[in-house]
Design a protein around this ligand. Structure first.
Ligand code: R5P
Length: 262
C-alpha cells in the first residue's frame, strides 16, 4: 500500500485499537431533511470531538462544517436518487475525485445495490471509482445499500454484497449487522463497519448492536440515527466509543451513558 493510502487509512481506523467510530450524516443526499439532521452543523458540532471521522456530502461539508476541524472526512460521492424517485438504486457518481482531493478528504464513499434494478450501474460505478481513487491514494468505502428492502439484511445477501464490493476493489465496506454476521466478516477480505439503521427503541439496543457486531468481527461503526436521534447524543457517542475502543461490555457502556446523562 502506498504511503498516502496508508496514511488516510490510519486516520480512519485508529492504529492504537484497529477500530473506528464514524459518524454518518449523509442521509440527506436522498432523504432530504431527516429528523434531527434538519440543521446538520448544529446537530453534529457537539459530537465532533468523539468521532474518528464524519461521513457526509460536499454540500453539507462546505456549508455546515468548520474548515478548522481536524476530524477526517469520508465524502459521499454517489447520489442522484431520492426517496420519492423512480428507484432508489438509480445512483451515480455525483462528485469528482478532484473535488475529493480539493476537500482534503480521507476516503470516498458510494452505495452499491446488489440484486436491484440498477445493480450494474452501481457496481461499475464502484469499479470506476476505485480505478480513479487508486491514482490518488484515496480509500473507497462501499456501502451495501438495501433501499427500502430492509428484510434483505441477512448473512447470505450481505456476504454476497460485501464480497462483490471487495472483489471490485473497495478498501472498506459499510454493511448491516445480521444473524450469523461472522460469516459476512469471514468472506470479506477487507474490514467491515456497520450502519446503525433506523433508530432503535432504546439506547441500550443500539449499544447491544454495536457490541454484537464488534464481537463478530466488525472493526467499528459508521452510525447515524442511533446517535444523533438520541435525546442524549453526546452521551450516546461516548458510550459507543467505550465499546469500540475500550472493549466495554454493553452494561459498562450503558452505565457510562447513564452517568453522562445525569
Ligand atoms: C445511508 O443513508 C447512509 O449511508 C447512512 O450513512 C447509513 O445508513 C448509516 O446511517 P444509520 O446509522 O443512520 O443507518
Amino acid at each position: 500500500m502506498d504511503w498516502g493510502m496508508k496514511n488516510r487509512m490510519a486516520k480512519l481506523i485508529k492504529p492504537e485499537t484497529g477500530r473506528a467510530v464514524w459518524l454518518a450524516m449523509d442521509h440527506g443526499y436522498f432523504l432530504g431533511p431527516v429528523k434531527r439532521l434538519e440543521k446538520p452543523g448544529e446537530t453534529v458540532k457537539p459530537l465532533l470531538p468523539y468521532a474518528d471521522a464524519i461521513m457526509l456530502t460536499r454540500g453539507i461539508l462546505r456549508n455546515c462544517i468548520d474548515a478548522n476541524t481536524s476530524v477526517p472526512v469520508i465524502l459521499r460521492v454517489s447520489g442522484g436518487n431520492s426517496i420519492v424517485g423512480e428507484d432508489l438504486s438509480k445512483e451515480t457518481i455525483t462528485t469528482s475525485m478532484e473535488e475529493a482531493v480539493r476537500l482534503n478528504v480521507a476516503a470516498c464513499a458510494l452505495s452499491i445495490y446488489v440484486g436491484a434494478k440498477y445493480e450494474h450501474q452501481t457496481l461499475s460505478g464502484l469499479a470506476n471509482l476505485v480505478n480513479e481513487a487508486q491514482r490518488y491514494g484515496m480509500p473507497v468505502l462501499a456501502v451495501t445499500a438495501v433501499g427500502r428492502e430492509l428484510g434483505k439484511r441477512d448473512a447470505r445477501y450481505l456476504s454476497l454484497a460485501c464480497r462483490i464490493a471487495a472483489e471490485l476493489g473497495a478498501q472498506l465496506i459499510k454493511t448491516y449487522y445480521c444473524d450469523d454476521f461472522e460469516r459476512v466478516v469471514e468472506y470479506s477480505p477487507v474490514p467491515l463497519v456497520i450502519a446503525g439503521g433506523p433508530k432503535l427503541k432504546t439506547e441500550q439496543d443500539a449499544l447491544q448492536l454495536a457490541y454484537d457486531a464488534l464481537e463478530r468481527g466488525a472493526i467499528g461503526v459508521d452510525m447515524g440515527r442511533n446517535i444523533w436521534q438520541s435525546n442524549n447524543s453526546v452521551a450516546m457517542i461516548q458510550a459507543i466509543r467505550h465499546i469500540v475502543h475500550e472493549n466495554a461490555s454493553v452494561e459498562e457502556a450503558r452505565k457510562l451513558f447513564e452517568s453522562l446523562t445525569k
